[in-house]
Design a protein around this ligand. Structure first.
Ligand code: NAD
Length: 436
């Protein structure tokens, strides 16, 4: 089997369940918790008919998964990507369940996706697609049941269209049905940077524990979108050297390090208009060496930050990964079957369910503000995010130290404990057998 085939054949959901099973056994999680997480609560598949600009109707496959809601309404982004599958949506929804539990949010996990290459649609087609998604899912989502947000190739503007459509259908205001909206229609200050800021806090805390000095630390970031750009920017502000970045079109490397802000602006300027999507590529800018995305992952840097899509480190390239610290800003960038290899080699992996939880945390703040009819200052959002992320990091770090676990296993242990505690309130096998 070729490398590409092995990647394509990997069912990301099966991989997610296998990892969960392995870690649950390692941390002695109760059987009830594992059983509860073996399947989603509900999955809705729909076909979205969308009028194209030329008058033709095209049909798009769309999904929404509510994985587990024992801790609260399900929460998770909507992805627009040609490679979306129902397996991917379920895996992402499972990870959202664990993520919300790690940071202690009153949410379960959900996720959605549309099989589409949004770069091939006009803005009006994207608007019609987004509204069609909400029409198909309107009975499945809701402020107390399932709350979507942005993910890959969806953004605040798209969330704004979606909220608007939902409100038209429901004939009432419901800003709390979707987070990541534009601020003027109920979005939260600080939501756009939240995933990157949360990841930055995790890296900062990790660096403290490992006595890494920012000015001596070289970082490579794969994926220069919302999450990748924001984490790179905050790291650079702290003195870290960002030596490589990439997007879907390729990667660039500079030993001296890039100025992240000007890279971002140049990327913006290569578009004709600042629109829904960035059409420029980082490959076109500043003095640099062009490298491939594969080469970026294999660079000899101090911290590697995969911030694009899942499954970029697996059996095919794990032996060539040289960074001693891998920070999973994307969801699922490291395949479960190489967790042990990386651990044996002493590579520290900051796991996705902790590292990228800043986004859902500020989404939760947005939902709270919407329900209170309030709007917090960006300072308040950042303070609360700082508090949530540092305490989640501390809980995971302590679990790792006390129980001799990897950070990933420790994060799963914290999440499974919380989910287990909630399940226990409804009665366990032991409880019912005792009182029979
Ligand atoms: P985005 O759409 O803003 O950016 C994605 C970036 O990845 C783009 O720059 C794109 O060009 C790049 N990319 C796509 N394919 C690539 C490839 N093969 N190689 C290198 N780069 C590639 O998306 P985002 O919101 O930044 O999401 C990125 C990751 O972070 C995803 O895994 C997402 O699930 C995760 N995440 C995002 C949030 C959030 O709030 N946005 C929260 C938690 C997790």
């Amino acid at each position: 089997m070729s490398d590409t085939e092995s990647k394509e054949n990997l069912d990301v959901y099966e991989g997610a369940l296998a990892r969960l099973g392995r870690i649950a056994e390692e941390v002695h999680a109760p059987a009830e918790v594992c059983e509860a997480l073996q399947q989603p609560k509900a999955v809705l598949a729909a076909t979205l008919p969308v009028r194209m600009d030329d008058g033709a109707t095209r049909y798009f496959d769309a999904y929404r998964c509510r994985y587990n809601d024992i801790l609260g309404p399900t929460k998770g982004g909507i992805r627009y990507h040609p490679a979306v599958t129902v397996a991917e949506v379920k895996a992402l929804a499972l990870w959202m369940t664990l993520k919300c539990a790690v940071v202690g949010l009153p949410y379960g996990g959900g996720k959605g996706g549309v099989v589409v290459d949004p770069k091939k649609l006009s803005r009006m087609e994207i608007e019609r697609l987004s509204r069609a998604y909400v029409r198909a899912m309107a009975d499945f989502i809701g402020p107390d049941t399932d709350i979507p947000a942005p993910d890959v190739y969806t953004n605040a503007r798209i969330m704004g269209w979606m909220v608007d459509e939902y409100q038209v259908i429901m004939r009432r205001r419901a800003p709390d049905v979707i987070t990541g909206k534009p601020v003027i229609v109920g979005g939260s200050h600080g939501r756009d940077e939240a995933t990157g800021r949360g990841a930055y806090i995790v890296i900062r805390e990790l660096a403290k524990r490992r006595k890494m000095k920012p000015d001596k630390t070289r970082v490579a970031v794969q994926g220069f979108g919302n999450a990748g750009y924001n984490v790179a920017k905050l790291l650079q502000d702290d003195g870290y050297r960002i030596v490589a970045v990439s997007d879907s079109k390729g990667a660039i490397f500079s030993e001296e390090g890039f100025d992240v802000e000007s890279l971002f602006h140049q990327k913006q300027e290569t578009r004709e208009l600042k629109g829904v999507y960035c059409e420029g590529s980082v490959c076109q800018m500043v003095d640099h060496d062009k490298i491939t995305n594969e080469e970026l992952l294999e660079l000899d840097v101090d911290i590697l930050v995969p911030a694009a899509l899942e499954s970029v480190i697996g059996t095919w390239n794990v032996d060539r990964i040289r960074a001693p610290v891998v920070v999973e800003v994307a969801n699922g960038p490291v395949n479960g079957d190489v967790d042990e290899t990386l651990r044996e080699r002493g590579v520290i992996v900051a796991p996705d369910i902790l590292t990228n939880a800043g986004g859902v945390t500020v989404s939760y703040f947005e939902w709270v503000q919407n329900r209170q009819g309030d709007q917090w200052s960006v300072e308040k959002v950042r303070d609360r995010l700082e508090e949530t992320m540092t305490s989640a990091f501390d809980a995971v770090w302590s679990a790792a130290e006390e129980r001799s676990l990897s950070l990933r296993s420790a994060a799963y242990a914290v999440a499974l404990d919380r989910i287990g505690e909630a399940l226990a309130t409804q009665g366990t096998r032991e409880f019912f057998q005792d009182g029979r």
